[in-house]
Design a protein around this ligand. Structure first.
Ligand code: PLP
Length: 498
């Protein structure tokens, strides 16, 4: 949201910047190959050729046959397609899917949807680093199982599963295996033949390619059913005109995969971990050492709120992400962190750092410096208020100015504090000039994630007395239920941009 001088992007598992070559390729395709790949005249033939060349490139990157690749709009679509399609083909003859509790939400939500339709979904337990308990899988798989769904590498922890071993077991029961390989591609070897899997999903934007493009590997002869109805694109397996520029961009990203760079990425990650251990000896590394993506580390910092930590890093231009799903209005900790045994409190002290081949030693050293200053409490520029501290005296105090930076939908879920002034988080810089400089500014958001970011922003704009409410209005209501019922929603001012 707010720019700081230096930019260090350490959230490459969320998405990656598009490289110059990929951008060039996309522009070229948009300019030259505007014909619909399914049309039959000369202008379109080149589009069809480009499409098939891209398919070849993607297939080669994962050691699949060309005909085994279907382009989709994203990995979420690929995941939905396999799970729903197989359920439709198999049910009610067979009823069971086995999966893990640390899958991406695009898998977990689909499984929960299928559960509501009568499919039996069983989750294989994982250990404290997210590795599945193979013995439990052996006990759970049976004649009624129609799919084992297990991601290759986890997005929050970096944990890599032994997919080959899972496939070998599955074969004994003639159960197909589906693996979400989104985070693995570009970071570790993905060889679908060697892994012995039947289905796999991929996403362009995790490998420096554009967003909105996915691929689905379907092993030749495997049962398949799409839930998209329409034209005959993708040999009738996925309706909808292909987004050729994105597909070609994805293929360009696949071409650039160079796993020889992985040891360098790993050594930068190791430097970061070792330095962090020196700065704070009680940090807990949740990612495994060996069975882990070279770029990913998940860390719990006891006693440190991840929202404040992230906001501080953001203030210094460093992007990392919370281990918990900070965007949910319920402020629920990440199910992945819960599945590996973290408490709610630990989950709120957890962050994920994910590097890329473009992360430099300079970036890492800068990050270490910022973290060292933050953890040694070298004067935090903003003040933190707990829900208990924010009592009626503070709320109605004449010298205080309450600023509510929640999203519009969040305001519908919870009433605001009395006397508060509302301004939207994303476009905040259009509003801040009217905020009085002589008052104590108290920033409030829904769950305690956005308020610190705005607090730091105001500090950078010269505001001297800035506080934010820890855990947001959700936490405040929880602690002050009676007060909330008595005073929330009174005398609220909606600020206008200036
Ligand atoms: N699977 C995993 C493991 C992911 O990390 C992601 C993206 O965060 C997805 C699936 C969804 O990918 P897409 O954004 O292409 O839908």
């Amino acid at each position: 949201m707010f720019r700081f001088q230096r930019k260090v992007y350490l959230d490459n598992n969320a998405t990656t910047p598009v490289t110059k070559n990929v951008r060039k390729k996309i522009n070229q395709v948009l300019k030259r190959y505007y014909g619909n790949p399914s049309s039959l005249y000369k202008i379109a033939i080149n589009s069809a050729i480009e499409l098939e060349e891209s398919r070849k490139t993607v297939a080669k990157a994962i050691n699949a046959e060309v005909d085994e690749i279907i382009f989709t709009a994203c990995a979420t679509e690929s995941n939905n397609t396999v799970l729903k399609g197989l359920a439709e083909i198999s049910y009610p003859g067979k009823k069971k899917i086995l999966s893990t509790p640390i899958e991406h939400p695009s898998v977990i939500s689909t499984l929960e949807y299928l559960k509501a339709k009568g499919i039996l979904v069983e989750y294989i337990p994982v250990d404290r680093q997210g590795i599945i308990e193979f013995e439990s899988l052996k006990e759970l798989v049976d004649e009624d199982t129609f799919l084992i769904c297990c991601m290759f590498a986890n997005n929050e922890l970096g944990t890599i599963q032994d997919i080959k071993k899972i496939s070998a077991l599955a074969k004994k029961y003639h159960v197909p295996v589906f693996s979400d390989c989104v985070q693995a591609l570009g970071k570790i070897q993905v060889d679908v033949k060697d892994l012995g899997i039947d289905y796999a999903s991929f996403s362009g934007h995790k490998i420096h390619s554009p967003k909105g493009i996915g691929a689905l590997f379907v092993k030749e002869g495997s049962p398949f059913q799409s839930f998209m109805h329409g034209g005959h694109q993708e040999t009738g397996l996925r309706a909808g005109t292909e987004a050729l520029h994105n597909i070609a961009g994805f293929a360009e990203g696949c071409k650039a995969i160079n796993l020889q760079k992985s040891p360098q990425v790993l050594s930068k990650k190791t430097l970061l971990i070792n330095e962090l251990k020196k700065i704070k000896s009680d940090i807990k590394i949740n990612s495994p050492v060996d069975e882990c993506l070279p770029n990913t580390v998940n860390i719990t910092l006891p006693g440190v709120s991840n929202s404040l930590f992230m906001a501080t890093l953001d203030f210094y231009g460093i992007a990392v992400s919370a281990g918990s799903a900070c965007s949910t209005p319920e402020n629920k900790p990440s199910p992945v962190l819960k599945a590996i045994g973290l408490t709610d409190e630990q989950a709120r002290e957890t962050i994920r750092i994910s590097l890329s081949e473009f992360t430099s030693y300079r970036d890492i050293k800068y990050t270490i410096k910022v973290i060292r200053n933050f953890l040694s409490e070298a004067a935090l520029p903003v003040n933190i208020l707990t829900p208990k501290q924010l009592d009626e005296n503070l709320i109605f105090g004449e010298n205080n100015y309450i600023l509510d930076v929640r999203w519009r939908y969040e305001r519908k879920l919870l009433k605001g504090l009395p006397n508060s002034n509302e301004a939207p988080f994303v476009t905040f810089r259009k509003y801040y000039k009217q905020i009085p400089r002589d008052k104590n500014i108290i920033l409030v958001c829904q769950a305690g994630y956005n308020a610190p970011v705005v607090a730091f922003y105001l500090r950078s704009k010269g505001y001297r007395k800035v506080s934010f409410l820890m855990s947001g209005l959700i936490g405040w209501k929880f602690v002050n239920a009676e007060l909330y019922n008595k005073i929330a929603g009174q005398n609220i001012t909606s600020l206008k941009p200036v």
